[in-house]
Design a protein around this ligand. Structure first.
Ligand SMILES: [Zn+2]
Length: 153
C-alpha cells in the first residue's frame, strides 16, 4: 500500500468511532457534502423536510471545534435553514444540537408547522395533536438550493 494511502486511512480511522451510527452512516439521504460535513434528509414522515447537518469526524461538542470550524459548520446549518424556508415554506424553523443519544456533533434543522403534531413544543415532547400529513419537499430542489448557497463540495 502506498504510504500516502496508509496515512489517509489512519487519519480517517482516528476520527471515527466504531459503533457510532453517525460515523458509520453511509450516503443515504445526502443532499450536500464536503470533506468537513454533510446535510442529510432524515425522511421522517411526521416532519417532512427535516434535515441533519452532520460533522464528518467524531466530535462531541461545538467547543471541541476551532472557532473557524464552528463558523464553517454554522454556515452549513444556516444554508440548510434558508433552503428549507424556500422549498418547504414552514411556519417556523427549529435548530437543535443535542447529542444526548448519539454524542457525535450534528444539528437538526426542522421545518415546523402550526398544525404539526407537537407545535409549539419541541418535536421530542409529548404530541399535542394528530399531525396534518404533508408531502416531503422535493429533495432535488433542496440539493440544488444548498449547492447554490454553499457551492460544490
Ligand atoms: Zn461518530
Amino acid at each position: 500500500m502506498p504510504i500516502a494511502a496508509a496515512r489517509t486511512r489512519k487519519r480517517v480511522k482516528k476520527f471515527t468511532v466504531k459503533g457510532c451510527e453517525l460515523c458509520d452512516s453511509g450516503p443515504v439521504g445526502v443532499l450536500w457534502q464536503d470533506s468537513f460535513c454533510r446535510v442529510v434528509s432524515v425522511g421522517d414522515a411526521d416532519y417532512p423536510g427535516m434535515c441533519r447537518v452532520i460533522l464528518n469526524r467524531h466530535v462531541g461538542e461545538m467547543t471541541d471545534l476551532t472557532p473557524r470550524e464552528r463558523s464553517r459548520l454554522m454556515k452549513v446549518v444556516f444554508a440548510t435553514e434558508s433552503a428549507l424556508r424556500v422549498v418547504a415554506r414552514p411556519d417556523k424553523i427549529n435548530l437543535a444540537s443535542l447529542g444526548n443519544v448519539v454524542p457525535h456533533l450534528h444539528w437538526h434543522v426542522i421545518p415546523r408547522y402550526l398544525d404539526d403534531g407537537h407545535f409549539p413544543r419541541p418535536i421530542w415532547a409529548q404530541p399535542v395533536r394528530s399531525p396534518r400529513r404533508r408531502a416531503a419537499p422535493d429533495g432535488r430542489k433542496l440539493a440544488r438550493r444548498l449547492k447554490a448557497l454553499l457551492g460544490n463540495a
